[in-house]
Every structure is written in C-alpha cells, then in structure tokens.
Design a protein around this ligand. Sequence first.
Ligand code: AHR
Length: 502
Amino acid sequence: MRVTGAIQRDFAIADIDDRLYSAFIEHMGRAIYSGIYEPGHPEADANGFRQDVMRFVRELHIPAIRYPGGNFVSAYRWEDGIGPKDQRPVRLDLAWRSKETNQVGINEFAGWAKDAGIDMMLAVNLGSRGLEEARNFMEYVNHPSGTHWSDLRRSHGVEKPYDVSMWCLGNEMDGPWQIGHKEAKEYGRLADETAKALKGLTPGAELIVCGSSNDQMPTYPEWERVVLEECYDNVHYISLHKYFGNSSRDTLNFFGKVEETGRYIGAIAGVIDYVKAKRRSKHDVFICFDEWNVWYHRREEDSRNWRTWDWPEAPALLEEDYNFEDALFVACLLNEFIRRSDRVRIACIAQLVNVIAPIRAERGGPAWRQTIYWPYQLASLHGRGRALRVALDAPTYDCEVADDVSYLDVSAVHDRQAGTVTVFAVNRHLTEDAELDLALGGFDGEARVVEHQVMAGHDLRATNGPDRPDAIRPVAGSGLGLDGSRLRGRLPALSYSMIKLA
Ligand code: AHR
C-alpha cells in the first residue's frame, strides 16, 4: 500500500509533558514482593531490592510512578508500613484477597524510587478512610519537622521530607468493586474537601481526581461531569483508566481500540471544557491516564482464582505473557498519547513488574523484558519534546469499534534541544508493506536518518520468556532514507519503527 504525508517541523500540537511515560506499581500479586523486593535473592541489594529488575527499570527512564494502588489503596493503612519492620502488622488485603506483610512501606519504596531516579505519585485511601488519614500521610511525607507526623518520619531515619507533588485522590471510586465505593456527588464532595486540605499542607501539590474506571462504565461520562462540578477549581488532573484485550483474535479490531481511546480522551476533554465554562473558571484541568495496558490473556483464570483463594502472601496474579501483537498495540497507544498530549499530560503504564507488566521476575530466578517493554522504552527515550502534526493519506479499514482506521499509525516528536525529529510508525496492515513518502518541512538544510529501530517479522502470538529473553526486541532498521526533503521507504506489514531524523 502507498502512504503519503507531511510533517512540518514548526507545526506543533503541544509540548509533551515528560510524565506521559510514567508507570504504576501496586501492592498486589508479585509486583512488590518478589518483583522489585526480594531479600535473599542473589541480585538483592542490602535493602532487599533486586538489582536485575532495577537495571531494566532504569533503562526505561521513567519520570514518575504511581503507588501504592490501585484497588489495594482503598483499604490500605499507610501507617502499617512505617517503623521497625519486625513490628509491622500483617493485614488482609481486601482488594485481592491476599496477605500484606507491610515489609515495604512508604520509606522503603521512596528509597527504591530515588535509586531508580523516579518521582513518586502517591495515592491516598478515600475508600475505607478519608481526609484525616490523607492529611496525616501527606504531613509524614512532605512536612519538614516539628510536628507529630514529620517528627515520626525523622525518628524513622528520614530527616528530609520527600516533597512529593503528585497526589491521587483515591482510586476508581465509581467502581462497585472498590472498597468504599461512592456515588459521584458524594465522591466529588470528598475529593474537593480533601484537595483543599492537601493544598493547604503542600501549596504546590498537583491533585488527581478519579474519573471513571473505564469508558464502558454505566455512569461514564456523567460521573466525570458530576465529580468535576464539585471539585473543579481544586484539582489539576482527572484520571482515565483503560485496559485492552483481543479475546476474539481480531487483530484489526484490537488495533482499532486505539481510536476508541481517542474518543474517550476527546469526550473527557469535552466534559472538562463544559465544567470550566459552566464555572466561568480560568483554571485548567488536564488528563492523567494513570492506568493503561493490555490485560486479557489470563484475566478470566486469575479472576476465578483470587476471588476464592485462601489469603496467600504475594501470589502470582495477572502475570500476563505479552506477545508481538501486544507490542504493536502498545506502540499505537503511545502514538495516541503523543497526538493527544495537548490534553493528556500524565500517563502510567499499569503496571511495572510482574503484574500486567513489561518486566517479569521469577521468584529466586531471572528477570526479563516482555515484548511491550520495547515500544514503551523507545517512546520514553525518544518521544520527549514537542508533538508535531502529521498529515497522512493512507488506506483505512472499518472494524467493530471504529471506522476509517488508518492502516499506518504515526506520531512525530520534535526535540528542539537535540535538533531532531522522531517518527514512530506502526504498519497495522496484516499482509501489505507500506511504501512511505513523507514530505518534511522546516528542516534546516538536508535532513538525514540518524537512527532507525524496527520490530517486525514475528508471529503475532510470539512472546519472550526466561528461556528466550530477547527473542523479540528492536533491531537496526534499513530501507528508509531521505530523498531530498522526503522520507521514503518501506515499512513491513505488522511492524513498528522508530526513525530519528536530524
Ligand atoms: O491494575 C490492576 C487494577 O486495575 C487496579 O488495582 C485497579 O485500579 C484497576 O481496576
């Protein structure tokens, strides 16, 4: 198929917030225990954190990480995770029917995040608890000294406050499964009052209010309207969550779910604009897409297991094996976030290790990178700067979730400091290569391809694993080049390419 188009280096959508490439990790399954933390593992450091996992984490250059949940946070007592480890209580985690040993709490996690070079984005419990516990938690984390909670932190060996600026006001409060689930108005009021209190303690705090758990919820998008009408001027972001699957093995429809996500973002942007206008406000609220990923391979089986199991400690849960098709999907979704970076400022892959994750780690054994690690890494490393408008003329298809889906999915990012433009392109066509002819405008003099990485030629169901850790990963690409001011060449069917021009 032939695809023509144009990029003009000075026609931008928005400056991309680096936090578009953030992550999420929850106290559930083996994400924390035997994921990032496993004392006694040959790769564990003196604090029990696995350095093999840490190396993979660092190579992602993650700007921020949401913690400690997820559904877990809605019944979590943060005080259980501070002080001497041998005095911490073991609790029942009501969200995932597991035992929580509290051997990792805020101070251990903060140490890990600092070591990984990642900022924390903390969630407070607005399910089983409320404003009072949220303000105490923030005081422990952010206040310098001279008060009960800040001095308690200092007595735990942490002299300086962490100065965390990103705070999530609960998790998925619209979901009937959530501990302490609420009606929209009820939650909006609580979020507003909690936001006011937290802003009083940390004036620069960026507060994220819960939107719907996904765009199929019966209360979506009315939930967002009602909640925002209660708290608009006191919050900075509204959260979106969406997980994707391809149980029907319809690859093109699966890829079409990226368009559905575009509609979701557009709808919430519309609700934000509506509430802003109604309140005659000049304040802006942006989107924090703080849970996204593919989640379906083991979903039903896991769901049957955890609802009936007998409160195990750190059980295997949601350990999805990602295939090549999932990697192509993730690449398209990241393209969509770049294209919507005018409204989506923060996004978190859910999650980071073992639980629906790009990184896997065996208990006592090796760690490896899943297929989806690679598009996430390439976007995080090369997708920073300004999102550019891309004009494209490509063949399209209709599917169950969307019509006119372009076979070629493209985003482009201009890094003004480095003087580069990076093009991310997924050819979603099942059989046909794309003959690309992209006009480049605004380049000083002759542009050239300085880096080209490609993922192609794999069976859609192929995966990586501990015995074949690098079976699927990007390799140096070829067959693309500059012809005057046009980028020309072939993008194989079912492929992902990262092309950097300077
Ligand atoms: O990421 C797994 C779970 O998915 C989270 O705990 C919850 O917020 C969402 O439903």
